[in-house]
Design a protein around this ligand. Structure first.
Ligand code: ZN
Length: 269
């Protein structure tokens, strides 16, 4: 082994050792242990970079009217309930056939007009927006990219670690961005795991309660959603094969979360 190669190996081992130590962190809202290696600030950059492409580049953004005002109103309340200091943005997209919504890392939210037909009321839309925001707050995208990095091998991990420590040159940073390009489409495209969906349900329900909305609209909404989307399930249904179980689980969680959030709720609008 040449000295240069040996030095590289030592550096790589050091990187892996530090990553190993930093491997596990905890989702604050649920206490779940998870592996999410990328810095939150970097994930927010990815989210912001993908936002236009995933929203205004594809659909007209509705800028006024009662539905626009409703999305802004709910967004503000859910953001406040999450207690997260993101550069929040909420866009309503004119897409009548899309029954969907998403939140990119860093608090970049989009709601498609097709969703409003199914939510039918403000509390139910708050349920979906709470769920999507919960994915971002719990950094599920970070976990998914981390899984991808693990699958893609040690070199990618090393790059991410260099980025973590701010030592990455512009060009290698760019190539990492490129490698992660697909992943930067996250919220809208890649499916979350079933575990992530359940966690987002629970956290989203807590936010919706804290924001002063009626949590009993949540199970009703998921039943409507299941009935409405037999052909092409939206993101929040795709990894939930059993919507009745989901509604039942939410129903069970409501009294517990209402008790925990007692005295912390915002005044209903
Ligand atoms: Zn989801």
């Amino acid at each position: 082994m040449t000295p240069a190669r040996a030095a590289r190996c030592v550096a790589l081992l050091a990187v892996l050792a530090v990553l190993g130590l930093a491997a596990c962190s905890t989702v604050a809202e649920t206490g779940r242990r998870r592996i999410a290696w990328l810095p939150e600030s970097y994930m927010s950059e990815l989210g912001a970079a993908a936002y236009d492409e995933a929203t205004s580049a594809k659909y007209p953004v509705i800028q006024s009217g009662p539905d626009h005002a409703m999305v802004q109103r709910i967004g503000k309340r859910i953001a406040e309930a999450s207690r997260k200091d993101y550069a929040w943005e909420f866009r309503l997209l004119d897409a009548k056939d899309e029954v969907n919504a998403f939140c990119l890392p860093g608090g970049k939210v989009a709601v498609y007009t097709g969703l409003l037909k199914v939510t039918q009321n403000e509390d139910a839309l708050a349920c979906v927006m709470g769920h999507e925001v919960a994915h971002a707050i719990a950094e599920h995208g970070n976990e998914r990219i981390t899984q991808g990095l693990i699958q893609n091998g040690v070199l990618s991990i090393t790059d991410a670690a260099l980025q973590t420590w701010g030592k990455m040159s512009d060009s290698s940073r760019e190539s990492t961005m490129e490698a992660l390009g697909l992943a930067s489409q996250l919220g809208a495209i890649l499916p979350f795991s079933r575990e992530h969906e359940s966690e987002a349900d629970e956290i989203g329900l807590r936010y919706m309660i804290r924001a002063g909305y009626d949590p009993y609209e949540a199970p009703k909404l998921w039943e409507r959603m299941a009935a409405n989307s037999k052909d092409r399930p939206p993101e929040f249904l795709s990894t939930h094969p059993d919507p009745e179980n989901r509604a039942a689980r939410l129903e069970q969680l409501i009294p517990k979360l209402l008790a925990e959030e007692k005295g912390k709720r915002m005044v209903p609008r």
